[in-house]
Design a protein around this ligand. Structure first.
Ligand code: FE2
Ligand code: FE2
Length: 188
């Protein structure tokens, strides 16, 4: 099967009805796809992996099943191994190597995009004027968006080899065009 964004969206929405999870998929996709465009990599492939990385979370909400049992479903549907190994690599508990730019990018955008989303929810204009400085400040407040693993955010940027401020700014910019779909307010 040719890994395309449309096919990934189709698979994702077949297994995922939760608006929060769909928004998470879209937010991660925005960052990952923007990095693919930046480096000239395959945007359709990278989008597909980002959309699919948590596709089974609604049916497998525990780490003894997510994402490994989801991988079996993807295999049955005919998704290529390149997609499946990238999806599996985002899960720290599996201890798989993140040895490609796609895997590193997915991990670096996963928790961070959720955190940026949380920052945007408490601002009058969403993420429109959000800056890395204010994201970093919130990262240091353990009670804010406490579900987001800070270590994953820092490690993700480090593994990707990007400066954290630049990475945060890049992901915010990638998410801005889809702010309305993410349920974030906009200045207009
Ligand atoms: Fe996950
Ligand atoms: Fe995720």
């Amino acid at each position: 099967m040719e890994p395309t964004r449309d096919r990934a969206w189709e698979t994702l929405t077949r297994y995922t009805k939760s608006e929060a999870l769909l928004r998470h998929a879209l937010a991660v996709e925005a960052g990952v796809r923007a990095y693919a465009a930046k480096s000239g990599d395959d945007e359709e492939l990278w989008s597909a992996v980002a959309l699919l990385h948590d596709f089974d979370y609604e049916i497998h909400p525990t780490l003894d099943k997510h994402p490994q049992d989801g991988a079996a479903i993807l295999r049955e549907e005919g998704w290529p191994e390149e997609v499946i190994t990238a999806v599996l690599s985002h899960a720290n508990h599996l201890g798989l190597p993140r040895d490609t730019p796609l895997k590193k990018t997915l991990f670096a955008c996963d928790e961070l995009s959720g955190f940026i989303h949380a920052c945007g929810l408490v601002r009058p204009d969403g993420i429109e004027t959000l800056e890395p400085r204010s994201v970093r400040k919130k990262l240091k407040q353990p009670s804010f968006a406490s579900g987001v693993n800070r270590d994953d955010v820092y490690e993700g940027a480090e593994e990707l080899g990007v400066d954290l401020d630049e990475h945060i700014a890049f992901v915010i910019e990638a998410m801005r065009p889809i702010a309305p779909e993410l349920g974030l307010r906009t200045a207009a």
